[in-house]
Write a protein that binds this ligand. Sequence first.
Ligand code: CU
Length: 268
Amino acid sequence: MAAPRSLVVLAALVLSACGGERGQTPVAPGAPTAGATPELTGPGYAPAAGGAPYVGVTVADAGRVGGRVVYKGAPRPPRPIQVTKDSAVCGVVAHTEESLVVGTDGGIRYAVVSIGPIGRGKAWPAAAKPSLDQHGCWFIPHVQVIPAGAILDVVNSDGILHNIHTYPKHNLPANMAQPKFKKVLSLPFPAPDVVKVNCDVHSWMSAWIVVAAHPYYAVTDERGAFTLEGVPHGTYTLSAWHETLGTRDQSITVPAGGAAEATIIFQE
Ligand SMILES: [Cu+2]
């Protein structure tokens, strides 16, 4: 994983309260990320002080956090991928690298935004089993959030040999071939983590799995936008993680029944 660069963060934070009490901090059994080593900060990493698991409850007067993650550095045009192997499958669709995807108005795609620490809040939404597809020698999606304890289905849609190589910090690593007849490999991720995934057969294939301790996580879209719904009112650390740019934290207060808006800027 690329080390965070020496970036300066300019964060603009605007709150729009809709009344109600503010400032109550929810029960938070997880330790804050502040003070942890750089490798262990960011989304998904929630050291469990006391080991108390996240508890899903009905959230009264829930608030919302929305905003954007924005890049204001020197332009870094994405590099076209050079297919050097299995071109009959891998070269059908042209790709560009996704290690920094900057879109409309500087919005950073594939950042992961979360709040914390938070030990009680909305329940995890009922969702299909998470999957990571290999299609055209490309991981889809490039970045995703899965709940801690989930089993990830790694799918081979290509009919050629791939290799799944994961680089976790708090889960067991995997490094296994996935031949064309092995359509699905299932990988468990019991612990919160940030996991890089590569294919050793096709060196350009790259994905990230953020294993989250609670459901208040979002992957930014092509505009760099994110939304976190159903947030108990209180003050949190709002964290934006990006695979190339690192992690940036700021405080945010969510009013009861209201909304907090934040723009997180990565500037070189
Ligand atoms: Cu591959």
